[in-house]
Design a binder for this molecule. Structure first.
Ligand code: RB5
Length: 148
């Protein structure tokens, strides 16, 4: 599995924590910033990660900002992206099993590094259940394909 990760200035510390986790898990990742020496704009980081997932350059994306909200809104504007904002372990598992999410968003100002690590580990390792959930995800894709 190949993962693209990025954050804005509000998520830099947690991004480094998640990069450490991916190294421990032997996950192949690319880090798309930010350098974060100044305040930056989260869409400038969310959209490149989402594009890499949408074009199959990578399998998954992880986005972190202060709340995770801006990153998730921006990522979900890219066709083919199903980004979940997750701050608990139950949702991390459910959103892989039911929604086949391909991007995970988290907020550094919302959760601590331990919980973020657990969420990420679960999200990276839980398979999609398919079956009835596949029909539901396909309905989202069908709607998306009708948009300009
Ligand atoms: C930056 O201050 C903050 O707005 C950003 O990190 C994020 O929380 C936006 O949704």
């Amino acid at each position: 599995m190949r993962v693209a990760i990025a954050s804005d200035h509000g998520g830099k510390v947690l991004r480094n924590e998640i990069i450490s986790l991916m190294k421990e898990m032997n996950i192949n990742y690319i880090d798309l910033g930010c350098e974060c020496n100044t305040s930056v704009d989260y869409p400038d980081y969310a959209i490149p990660v989402a594009m890499k997932v949408a074009t199959n350059e990578v399998d998954r994306g992880i986005l972190i900002c202060g709340t995770g909200i801006g990153m998730s809104i921006a990522a979900n504007k890219v066709k083919g992206i199903r980004c979940a904002l997750v701050h608990d372990m139950f949702s991390a598992k459910a959103t892989r099993e039911h929604n086949n999410t391909n991007v995970l968003a988290m907020g550094e100002r919302v959760i601590g590094p331990g919980l973020a690590r657990d969420i990420t580990r679960i999200w990276l390792t839980t398979p999609f259940q398919g079956e009835r959930h596949k029909d539901r995800v396909n309905k989202i894709t069908a709607y998306e394909l009708k948009q300009h």
